[in-house]
Write a protein that binds this ligand. Structure first.
Ligand code: UDX
Length: 443
């Protein structure tokens, strides 16, 4: 089977590398020539564990190729994945489908009427009904094309998480396929046969159902995080411990223990964008989205509340110097998209005299972001905390979990740690002589 994947972002590149690892011939296509040149030279544009070795291995095996030119690979492709970005359009909060339809027209132009049909599969997260819209768009764009005879459109949303994307692709909880015809089903079945052999559930449904499963999953997970964040606020007021509350409720099989870690609010390239898009999907369909709307709102105010928490812990703020450990939206990624740090750090810059920042992977991108204007970039944790009056842990990178706390204590002017990820035990920190403020565990 020959596969073309259009868009070499997280989803496209990871899917391409993993499908080639399954043994298929894959060409990853992107308009960005620089990106493709780099990929051909073995330079991976994103920080994702194991991705580089997987790409190199499959390039060497001549199963994985990179190109800017779809037309050169189109004829040989049995299936074309659309994995381009669907960012939020700031004017209406909807997912912007410009790039998706650009691909649809390119594909429509390339279809050979005498050839066997091509399967076009959306892997990007697209609003419910997009599969149908792409189909109508192509039929309208090139009137001589016939559905079924020349092409079909299926949906195959991706659930990978940054930082564990390869593992998520190779060992998913399930694969969702929105495909109605036997032709589409048989291609998707072949593509996912290696996973099926490992007994991964492969669910076939209507396209609209598959499209909604993706939003419903992300909406639910975002709600779960927001819920535990709200419960952590209650914990602080009533003297309960959120870690124990999360464990206590998580052991109920109906609730489950995952995604119950309180923090500074969810960020990243998916949850914020997809909750906003789900709200819009509901509104357009004339349905309610009161829960998701609250989740969006509560998550926004969460970040500002974290600023208040930090200010409170550092009071009085005059002439204070602060160190920030971690700025990416989660560990094991260099992705800064919608990271809580983008709201929290600029608010702190306004009131604190000096801010040092260190992140194991996020700094090259963050250095060019206006949100970090005025901060001092540091090369490691100890350089970062030196001579500051307090530490804020914003991202739970492993290297922050095992700090030499005696050394940290000696380097700090004041022994204050504000841990917004609860990576330390309050009793041990107090014993060591720190003023330790965490989330949902009293003060
Ligand atoms: C998410 C989904 O998990 C994935 O299935 C989907 O395809 C894309 O969106 P990702 O954005 O990579 O993946 O990261 P994830 O690990 O889900 O974390 C998202 C955000 O939620 C992060 O900011 C993280 O810190 C936060 N989070 C997550 C919490 O605050 N608490 C938790 O318990 C879990």
């Amino acid at each position: 089977m020959n596969i073309s994947i259009i868009g070499t972002g997280y989803v496209g590149l990871v899917s391409g590398a993993c499908f080639s690892e399954f043994g298929f011939n894959v060409t990853c296509i992107d308009k960005d020539k620089n990106k493709i040149d780099n990929l051909n030279d073995g330079l991976i544009p994103i920080y994702e564990p194991s991705l580089e070795s997987l790409v190199k291995k499959n390039v060497k095996a001549k199963r994985l190729f990179f190109s800017t030119n779809l037309s050169e690979h189109f004829k040989n492709s049995d299936v074309i994945f659309i994995a381009v970005g669907t960012p939020t359009n700031p004017n209406n909060n909807k997912a912007d489908l410009k790039y998706v339809f650009d691909v649809a027209s390119e594909v429509a132009d390339l279809i050979d009427l005498t050839d066997k049909p091509k399967l076009i599969v959306t892997k990007s997260t697209v609003p419910v009904g997009t599969g149908k819209k792409i189909e109508s768009y192509i039929l309208n764009y090139r009137k001589e094309l016939e559905l079924g005879k020349n092409f079909e459109v299926a949906s195959n949303p991706e659930f990978l998480r940054e930082g564990s994307a390869i593992e998520d692709f190779m060992r998913p909880d399930r694969v969702i396929c929105g495909a109605e015809s036997n032709f589409a089903k048989s291609i998707l079945e072949k593509l996912y046969r290696p996973l099926n052999l490992r007994e991964t559930p492969i669910l076939f449904s209507k396209r609209e159902t598959a499209e909604l499963i993706k939003y419903a999953a992300n909406g639910f997970l975002a709600t779960k995080i927001t819920f535990i964040n709200e419960i952590s606020d209650i914990c602080e007021k009533v003297g309960a411990d959120i870690q124990e509350v999360a464990k206590g409720i998580g052991l109920d099989g109906r609730i489950g223990s995952k995604f119950l870690h309180p923090g500074p609010g969810f960020g990243g390239s998916c949850f914020p964008k997809d909750t906003r898009a789900l709200s819009e999907i509901a509104r357009e369909a004339g349905s309610n989205s009161r829960i998701i709307d609250s989740v969006i709102q509560v998550n926004e105010s969460r970040k500002i509340n974290m600023v208040k928490k930090i200010k409170n812990a550092l009071k009085p703020l005059e002439n204070k110097s602060l160190s920030i450990l971690g700025i990416t939206f989660k560990p094991n990624t260099d992705d800064m998209r919608e990271s809580p740090s983008l709201v929290i750090v600029p608010e702190l810059v306004k009131v604190v005299k000096n801010i040092n920042v260190y992140d194991p992977a996020g700094m090259p991108i963050a250095k060019n972001m206006k949100e970090f204007t005025g901060v001092n970039w540091k090369n490691n944790t100890y350089e970062c905390v030196k001579n500051t009056d307090g530490i804020v842990i914003l991202t739970e990178w492993n290297e922050f979990r095992a700090l030499d706390l005696e050394k940290v204590k000696k380097l700090l002017n004041q022994h204050v740690i504000i841990d917004l990820r609860n990576i330390y035990k309050p009793s041990s920190m107090i014993e060591l002589g720190f003023k330790y403020i965490s989330v949902g565990r009293g003060s």
